[in-house]
Design a protein around this ligand. Sequence first.
Ligand SMILES: *[C@@H]1O[C@H](CO)[C@@H](O)[C@H](O)[C@H]1NC(C)=O
Ligand SMILES: *[C@@H]1O[C@H](CO)[C@@H](O)[C@H](O)[C@H]1NC(C)=O
Ligand SMILES: *[C@@H]1O[C@H](CO)[C@@H](O)[C@H](O)[C@H]1NC(C)=O
Ligand SMILES: *[C@@H]1O[C@H](CO)[C@@H](O)[C@H](O)[C@H]1NC(C)=O
Ligand SMILES: *[C@@H]1O[C@H](CO)[C@@H](O)[C@H](O)[C@H]1NC(C)=O
Ligand SMILES: *[C@@H]1O[C@H](CO)[C@@H](O)[C@H](O)[C@H]1NC(C)=O
Ligand SMILES: *[C@@H]1O[C@H](CO)[C@@H](O)[C@H](O)[C@H]1NC(C)=O
Ligand SMILES: *[C@@H]1O[C@H](CO)[C@@H](O)[C@H](O)[C@H]1NC(C)=O
Length: 508
Amino acid sequence: MLEVSSCMKVSHFSLRMFASLLVVTLGLCYCRTDSNQTFLGIPQLFGPSEALLGEIVVFKCVMPNHPKNESVLLQLYNKDNDKRLGESTSLSGEAGTFTLLIKLSHEGNLECLARAQNNSHTMPTVSRTHHLRVVEGVKEAQIFVGSGQVELSEDENLELLCEITAGNHVSYKWQQNGQPISPSPSLHLSDNSLFISRTTSENIGYYTCMATNYYNQTVFSTSTSPDVEITVEDVVSAPDISFTVLKEDSYNYSAVVTCESTIGTLPVTFSLYNRTELVANVTSDNRRAIFKLPLVLDQYSGELQCNADNGAQVAHSQWVPLEVVSVGGPVTMHYDSDIGENFAVIGLRLYCKVAKGSHPRYQWFLNKTLLHDKGSFYYVVDQPPEQSILLLSVGRSSAGTYHCQVSDSFDNTTAISSWEQYLDKEVLNRPPVYVVAVVFGCFTALILLVSVCCIGVVYNRGLEMERRVVAYEGELDLREYGEDAGVVRSARGGEFDQTSEASADEWP
Ligand SMILES: *[C@@H]1O[C@H](CO)[C@@H](O)[C@H](O)[C@H]1NC(C)=O
Ligand SMILES: *[C@@H]1O[C@H](CO)[C@@H](O)[C@H](O)[C@H]1NC(C)=O
Ligand SMILES: *[C@@H]1O[C@H](CO)[C@@H](O)[C@H](O)[C@H]1NC(C)=O
Ligand SMILES: *[C@@H]1O[C@H](CO)[C@@H](O)[C@H](O)[C@H]1NC(C)=O
Ligand SMILES: *[C@@H]1O[C@H](CO)[C@@H](O)[C@H](O)[C@H]1NC(C)=O
Ligand SMILES: *[C@@H]1O[C@H](CO)[C@@H](O)[C@H](O)[C@H]1NC(C)=O
Ligand SMILES: *[C@@H]1O[C@H](CO)[C@@H](O)[C@H](O)[C@H]1NC(C)=O
Ligand SMILES: *[C@@H]1O[C@H](CO)[C@@H](O)[C@H](O)[C@H]1NC(C)=O
């Protein structure tokens, strides 16, 4: 040991002194030959990397540099738990063999240790580690419910554990009603557990787990657990309430009230209330109930509310006023337009509105032909009850006379029409009368202004000449008057520019 380190020091020293690889090599050679220590080569360990529990497996430890006439003791260790798995003596270079009946404790990083038996001067050497994986078949998978409770209420947590009585290197798969389960934000899978936070009715079903392990890259063993049934009581959601009107005959109308919850464990009992009493109740198997009440048009008949009850919770809808106003005129139509390149109108939005009516149905007509929801050049956007919008792309096929018609959605005999409007490219791109008027007005104003300016300039010139004449006659300073006249002229010029700019702005 000491000699080795001193030798290393020498080689290091020579490296530093001469910085020459040659010298280092020589030094090392010198050291090795000089030492009376024999050098055991590094042993090599051979064997399988995977083995089955209970299998008989042979590992071999080979000494490439076996010292002559010296017996070498070879030992097989599991480095992970420091357990000695076998021992063998090699005298003349034969490999050491270790026959193992595989146990779970054999799994780990194995190594072979070589030691010269009767020579304490020789350093023991160790092979590189060799990893052994021991596989044990899976047995009897079974599901345990974390809380012990298989009947849950909505929003409770659910934890399932897949337990096995035997097996290792196991991967777990879960199924709900025979369908594989994959993780989601509320469903967490890890190792042998399945965790669901805030359960809903979607989590109801039969759960199984499957434990599998692999050997030699193929499935070695599998065990599927028996079913576990999980139920979740969903609280019922607040119902939506709405109603439509039904014309029974020419005098009698009914309100058809629909109450509907989106979620909730069935069955659900719906009750319809007005402000004073229970109007009707019914138990539903599809989270929806329909009630029919007599209705008088254009008369306020109080307010209605739905209650939904499924045992877990009672939920209430909003109050809705039960009032149906039949449509009444006038029906108005107006439009605005989209301007494309070249300032041409390329698109139109026609709006149709009715003065009153809670359940209006809007219809659009071109040349008295009904336009359906959409066509090659148009699109109807209904925004009941306020209005309906007809979107048009302006072209040859869109030319014609438009009007809209509004009736009660429950009674098409009440139709009221708007006025008719002829629209085509030429009509739309013709400048409107007020634009023409404004343009003409501006033009006239401009001409007037120009005329006034011209007259002013002419008048000024006349004045100036008069003054010059006076200056000559009265021997006054000519320059003063000349400058003054220039100031007046430039002021006039500025005024003129401003007005012409202003009128130019007014042009569209
Ligand atoms: C090896 O050992 C044998 C007997 O064990 C002996 O006869 C022989 O001389 C030895 N050889 C060397 C090189 O030591
Ligand atoms: C080595 O030592 C063992 C006992 O420790 C002895 O039986 C054997 O003869 C010795 N062999 C040599 C070559 O010295
Ligand atoms: C591992 O599988 C391959 C083929 O997939 C086969 O050739 C080989 O013999 C198997 N080894 C063992 C140890 O079963
Ligand atoms: C309205 O309906 C009731 C029954 O729903 C019927 O008795 C009555 O005759 C109807 N009224 C008219 C005017 O048809
Ligand atoms: C409404 O529910 C009550 C119990 O809450 C029941 O006694 C009654 O018969 C129900 N009425 C109808 C019309 O279903
Ligand atoms: C509630 O309904 C009952 C019968 O359906 C009716 O007699 C009562 O006037 C209604 N109350 C209100 C406030 O509408
Ligand atoms: C509608 O009628 C006008 C004539 O009034 C006609 O020019 C136009 O092509 C017609 N449009 C359609 C779509 O029939
Ligand atoms: C009005 O509605 C009834 C039934 O919905 C239908 O048979 C009839 O053709 C409709 N009349 C018009 C003018 O749309």
